[in-house]
Design a protein around this ligand. Structure first.
Ligand code: ADP
Length: 252
């Protein structure tokens, strides 16, 4: 249903101030609750290592804007806080992984996928079929009260989707997006009732995925939990340590 394309980062390298490093050939998965910082860390890592990032949330939001039956269905599902069906999401992600692989890029960052055990199994099958090693799974663990606070303060550029927090200087007093001047708006699914439903979906559908990866450690890649309640830069630095660790583990 969706054309193959990769979603780019909202943190241009000039903004992050980091130079591109040699990309290691692997899939990196950021997994965590809504508001845990998956998008922020994916963008930072994507800029630093020059690895493309696939964000299922962004792909689905783009698709939901279209005036088509699929767009209408996606709008309804996402606005309710429920997960989109596995088939739709898997087809979209798998086609992008294949495209990227065919273009000679085996490394990818996945933000927001897999979110159900069935999606994790489909990914596993796909990576095996392509001969791509097991993923580096980074679990961003954040307490519920912090998630709720972050989501209530989150704003997004209506034009480019860059993410802001009302607590920071750049987004106060009717500020506009620093990249393109777009208005900063609340995401439809960040309202209180919808957030509660998203957290319920996370506990029911995605915590088992974390368990799936945790148990498969070494046989199916590497799983690590990171304290997601730190400064974004401190987390990014831990992520880079993990990338180096994964390089060494793969070479051994
Ligand atoms: P968050 O992680 O903060 O919930 P995202 O932007 O990643 O936000 O996702 C927004 C919405 O897109 C989700 O609430 C869900 O409806 C849908 N979605 C994203 N990724 C998936 C997925 N892997 N499987 C099913 N639905 C998804």
């Amino acid at each position: 249903m969706m054309t193959a394309r990769q979603t780019s980062s909202h943190f241009p390298r000039a903004i992050t101030g980091m130079a591109a490093e040699q990309p290691p050939a692997r899939i990196v998965i950021f997994i965590g609750a809504p508001g845990s910082g998956k998008g922020t860390q994916s963008s930072l890592l994507s800029s630093r290592y020059d690895i493309p990032c696939i964000s299922t949330g962004m792909i689905l939001r783009d698709e939901a804007k279209k005036n088509t039956p699929v767009g209408f269905r996606l709008r309804q599902t996402m606005a309710s806080g429920a997960l989109v069906d596995d088939q739709t999401v898997c087809d979209a992600v798998v086609s992008r992984i294949r495209d990227s692989y065919e273009q000679g890029k085996a490394s990818l960052i996945l933000d927001g996928f897999p979110r159900t055990v069935s999606q994790a199994k489909r990914l596993n099958d796909e990576l095996k079929a392509l001969g791509i090693p097991g993923p580096l799974v980074i679990h961003l663990d954040v307490p519920d009260h912090v998630l709720l606070q972050r989501l209530a303060r989150r704003r997004q550029c209506a034009t480019c989707g860059a993410v802001y927090n009302l607590a920071s200087k750049t987004s106060k007093n009717g500020a506009r997006c620093q990249f393109d001047g777009g208005a900063l708006v609340e995401r439809d699914d960040d309202s209180e009732g919808v957030v509660a439903r998203r957290l319920t979906s996370y506990r029911r559908e995605t915590l088992p995925v974390i368990e799936y990866f945790r148990k498969n450690d070494s046989a199916n890649g590497i799983y690590r939990r990171i304290d997601g309640n730190l400064e974004a830069t401190a987390i990014a630095s831990e992520v880079c340590d993990l990338m180096r660790f994964a390089d060494t583990a793969m070479a051994a």
